[in-house]
Design a protein around this ligand. Sequence first.
Ligand code: 13P
Ligand code: SF4
Length: 326
Amino acid sequence: MSAVLNYEPFVVSPRRGPPRLSPIQEEVLALKKERNAVILAHNYQVEAIQDVADFVGDSLGLSYRAQAVKSDVILFCGVHFMAETAKIVNPQRTVLLPDRNAGCSLSDSCPADRLAAYKRENPGLYVVAYINCSAGVKALSDVICTSGNAVKIVSRVPDDREILFVPDQNLGQWVSKKANRRMRLWPGSCYAHVQFTVEAIEKVRARFPEAPVVAHPECVQTVRDLADEVCSTELMIKFSREHPASHIIVVTESGMLHRLRREVPEKSFIAGPTDSCACNDCRFMKLNTIEKVRDALKTLLPAIEVPEPTRSAALLPIQRMLDWSK
Ligand code: 13P
Ligand code: SF4
């Protein structure tokens, strides 16, 4: 294997002091107050958004936060299924998503009508759905999980039930092994995480031989197998804080590096590479910009709605997850 890189590794160095806000970020903060809004942001959002958010976190933390919001408006900076989840758990609030087209390839890989047909043909399955799915899929599921609690959730499913895990086959494979539980896996995947390769990571590792590798479970098995730790984006913070290394290779979407730099300011983080690029952006997450955040607060659009019968059916498996993962 050649150790020659066709790009420079993407490294973020220790952060010094709090960020200086730009005029547009100041405008966002003023509008947020005026609208009585809360900004929730996923770890993959751009730095300018993370720096004005009230809470930045993974899908699990964001779900708890969304449920507890008392303000009139939740501006959800993430992708559609996340904003939809916020609306399901807290329907009285106006939920905004800065860009209506911020979808998710993984969610799209499991349309609700195909899952309904599969369940009809295979009755009796216990459906565990990764939160990266539509409200329609959630409504057909028995329990929801996130990458942060998937092992715990799967372990709580009664032993006499056969599990169908949707929609991520990579997360499903990882959970199946960790929980020692056979499951049927829906053949979906995240277009971004499957681009990380062992070969690209090994080349970067040759430059930083002391750096441990932390990878998201949506990565393919060969990548997960080489990682020192496989975990959700939130647990990557704990891992980075506790590991003695000064440099850490982070195999997930590049927005995570901003969050890590803020939470673990004394360390350097190296983006997980693909065969063609030093880092990896999710094209859906990156549709949200600070300008669109401002515009959403000005216009209260685009607002996310979930039709009532679907919303209440989707709430049950989400609530089960929140109760089981306490
Ligand atoms: P986390 O819940 O680990 O933040 O993952 C969400 C996601 O979309 C990963 O691609
Ligand atoms: Fe979906 Fe993948 Fe983007 Fe996460 S990184 S939101 S799973 S497309």
